[in-house]
Design a binder for this molecule. Structure first.
Ligand SMILES: Nc1ncnc2c1ncn2[C@@H]1O[C@H](COP(=O)(O)OP(=O)(O)O)[C@@H](O)[C@H]1O
Ligand SMILES: [Mg+2]
Length: 401
């Protein structure tokens, strides 16, 4: 009899026991190296269990330092405790990457409290009142987590409205935990927003190689079949991720993709070789994911850089030497303005332009240096961190869709 066509998809040899455990969205039960952060957050929001408003908290740090998973873990514990002890604390979580405006955030926050109702189409004022009404009527101390809060377009208005809500509430309260991967986000905010959001503040630092190794070892136990992954593969993933960024997501993704490569090759054990081969793919996935969620004006700046680079407009020094892929900050700003104009978009000020350039550098998407000798005047020189053509193509899909 002929083989069923699904045989190759379903029946093939695999190194995985439960592949889902290697998904970046999986929440592990243990969070090693985050004990002190867990304790601190617990203390801050513990107030809500005594019927008081908790201080707002701003959590920031690079991608993959465990911010989301740690805050979610503490929120889950708070809910559980409140239910068991009949306390009036309640939590709601909004991913601002997908809910990127004040209105969308409020709508999404509300869904948890009114699961049966649909408020789409109602005014922002109505949705806001509904949230307050829920807190007020039920005397609830609400903790609202705004993950990737930097993605909210009108973030100043959102934070202002939410903090003002506490003056309007007779009973109950709303406190905010804002999370951001953007180390420079605070500089963008209105000073009033900063002082309100950052009543308490916490930085998550990158993990080092031994820490990443321990995190991976825990995860691998349930995700991979026994002896289907070598110790040196785990070491290799931890070392690569520590070298680059200290990012646990990269480390986890490296092993996931390495496992898939082993499966494709019908191998029964993941080795360093698969991890090394997975590296490029994982790097790309992470970069393109990051590019896709940049604010559109910042995407335009990056688009200007990638398109100048593709068109090979390198810097020429006074000596006549030509440097490939190196651009003047000013020419990029001019190109950006030209593109923004042709798309009938607003044009950001040069101050904002510089802010965006600094952020792109922190994300590792570009490298910058002062111009130094051999260049007239003083300016910054900018170079793309990754292949220009690929970045340009990705942005074209985002910007001109
Ligand atoms: N201390 C830790 N222990 C176990 N897993 C972790 C830890 N920190 C991060 N992770 C894992 O690493 C990945 C990235 O974590 P995440 O919380 O999404 O980072 P961030 O929000 O800072 O970008 C997730 O898959 C998460 O489960
Ligand atoms: Mg996160």
């Amino acid at each position: 009899m002929q083989k069923n066509i699904f045989e190759s998809v379903m029946g093939g040899q695999t190194v995985f026991l439960d592949r889902n455990i290697m998904s970046p969205h999986y929440t592990p039960q243990k969070l090693p190296f985050r004990e002190s952060q867990i304790k601190e957050i617990t203390e801050i929001i513990g107030n809500t269990l005594q019927g008081k408003r908790a201080n707002n908290l701003f959590v920031y740090g690079k991608v993959g330092t465990g911010k989301t998973v740690t805050v979610k873990y503490v929120m889950h514990q708070l809910e559980q405790f409140a239910q068991q002890h009949n306390a009036s604390a309640e939590t709601t979580y909004v991913n601002c990457r997908t809910h990127n405006s004040k209105y969308k955030v409020l709508l999404s926050a509300l869904r948890k409290f009114y699961p049966e109702e649909n408020f789409i189409g109602f005014s922002a004022a109505f949705v806001y009142e509904k949230l307050l009404e829920y807190a007020n009527k039920n005397k609830k101390q609400i903790v609202l987590t705004l993950d990737e809060v930097d993605k909210v377009k009108d973030v100043d208005e959102l934070i202002y409205a939410l903090s003002r809500s506490n003056d309007e509430l007779e009973a109950g309260s709303i406190s905010i935990i804002g999370i951001s991967n953007n180390l420079l986000f605070k500089e963008r905010l209105d000073p009033r927003t900063t002082s309100s959001l950052c009543e308490k503040e916490m930085v998550f630092s990158p993990y080092n190689a031994p820490e990443l190794k321990a995190i991976l070892e825990d995860r691998v136990l349930k995700a991979f079949k026994k002896e289907a992954i070598s110790n040196s593969a785990i070491n290799c993933a931890a070392a690569l991720a520590a070298q680059e960024t200290g990012d646990a997501r990269t480390a986890v993704m490296l092993l996931l993709r390495a496992g898939e490569l082993a499966d494709q090759a019908n191998k029964n054990c993941v080795t360093d070789d698969e991890v090394k081969r997975a590296k490029r793919k994982v790097e790309e996935e992470i970069i393109f994911n990051m590019i896709k969620t940049l604010p559109s004006q910042q995407q335009l700046v990056l688009y200007a850089i990638s398109s100048l680079t593709v068109n090979n407009k390198g810097v020429r020094r006074i000596t006549g030497a030509h440097e490939d892929g190196v651009l003047f900050s000013g020419e990029i700003y001019d190109e950006y303005k030209r593109i923004a104009k042709s798309l009938e978009q607003n044009i950001i000020s040069s101050r904002w332009y510089r802010q965006y350039i600094s952020e792109l550098e922190i994300y590792g998407l570009i490298l910058t240096t002062p111009s130094g000798k051999g260049i007239r005047g003083s300016t910054r020189l900018i170079k793309l961190g990754f292949e220009a053509k690929k970045i340009k193509d990705t942005l074209e899909k985002e910007l001109f869709k």
